[in-house]
Design a protein around this ligand. Structure first.
Ligand code: ATP
Length: 326
């Protein structure tokens, strides 16, 4: 017999996962006539970790400070959990948990007492919730130790636990792995993935380290000089989403091939080089057979067809002209 309650709750879980919890709509910040952030639009859905990536000075911190209301927006709006930051600030900000600078704790108090301190200042946080968030960040065995004995990574995780206490819909972390050693970075990554999944919360993480973002995020938003320059999906293996791919084709007639592909309307022409008989196109994996058939039917001979493999890192360097970590 089908348990309808179970079915309903599974359906709810699925729709929750697709809820847009953070939405930036054409957000700009102008200081002294300069656009530090320039018409930025992107969204974060529940259950996903999105990386805000860009070289130093790209505008990541300025963007995050606007999202959490530390500074005002010059243009545009941010919606958090459906509420507009510019129109209903209190309602919007209630849905946010954030660590912008290093979290501040009382070093001579235990982790638990520090969280209880926040519990007293925050409405509706139960003892059970404290236990839940400490387990989520893997600090259940360290809760009775004084914070001064914590490593930097443990302090960061206690900060995340505190930011989660009031069950926000969005967690925002500005460069959360700064200063952590490789083991601490790996731990942070694993805990954030667990939190996104278990709490069905949308997480926005800023970083200038592309390699970290590739491993941690399901999507990256790349900004440079305050402008959005690319959005890329990442699959669980850390490589680019394969549903759409770039192909290089060597053909007998470039012009005929590009006209045929335009008529087929299933491939985006990225570049063509008539002298070398080469075309580059972007196409969905499932459309490759019909692309080949259309070319053959049109009388275009195909010498070679291969995938253009470009790692996110190659692209990031191309976009930003930056070195590996900046
Ligand atoms: N209050 C301010 N007045 C003028 N310029 C500012 C102000 N705050 C930031 N900037 C400038 O805006 C640009 C974006 O700075 P921001 O700190 O947002 O970049 P970022 O991407 O977070 O960089 P980083 O990775 O170095 O932290 C930089 O050129 C910075 O110098």
């Amino acid at each position: 017999m089908v348990d309808m309650n179970k079915r309903n709750s599974a359906a709810e879980a699925r729709s929750d996962r697709n809820e847009t919890v953070l939405q930036l709509d054409n957000v700009s910040k102008i200081i002294g006539g300069k656009k530090l952030v320039n018409g930025l639009s992107f969204e974060v859905k529940s259950g996903e970790i999105v990386g805000l990536l860009g070289p130093n000075g790209a505008g990541k911190t300025t963007t995050i400070r606007m999202i959490v209301g530390l500074i005002g927006m010059s243009e545009g709006d941010v919606r958090i959990g459906g509420s507009s930051v510019s129109k209903s600030f209190e309602a919007a900000i209630r849905h946010i948990g954030a660590i912008i600078e290093n979290p501040e704790f009382y070093p001579y108090m235990t982790g638990l007492d520090n969280l209880k301190q926040f519990q007293r200042m925050t409405e509706g946080v139960s003892e059970e919730r404290i236990r839940e968030v400490t387990a989520l960040v893997g600090l259940q065995d360290a809760m009775n130790k004084k914070v001064k004995a914590y490593s930097l990574g443990m302090r960061q995780r206690l900060g995340i636990a505190q930011a989660l206490l009031h069950k926000p819909k969005v967690l925002i972390l500005d460069e959360p792995t700064n200063g952590l050693d490789p083991a601490g970075i790996r731990e942070m990554r694993d805990y954030l993935k667990l939190i996104a999944d278990k709490e069905r919360i949308g997480i926005l993480v800023s970083s200038h380290m592309l390699s970290e973002m590739e491993l941690m995020c399901s999507r990256v938003v790349v900004i440079q000089e305050g402008k959005l320059i690319a959005v890329r999906s990442i699959n669980h293996n850390g490589s680019e989403e394969k549903s759409s791919m770039s192909l290089s084709l060597e053909v007998t007639d470039v012009e005929l091939a590009s006209r045929t592909l335009a008529a087929l309307n299933k491939a985006e022409l990225l570049s063509k080089d008539a002298d070398r008989g080469m075309l580059a196109v972007k196409v969905k994996h499932e459309d490759i057979p019909s692309l080949v058939k259309a070319l053959t039917d049109a009388g275009v001979g195909l010498y070679r067809l291969e995938e253009i493999k470009s790692s996110l890192e190659d692209e990031f360097m191309k976009w930003t002209g930056a070195n590996r970590s900046a």
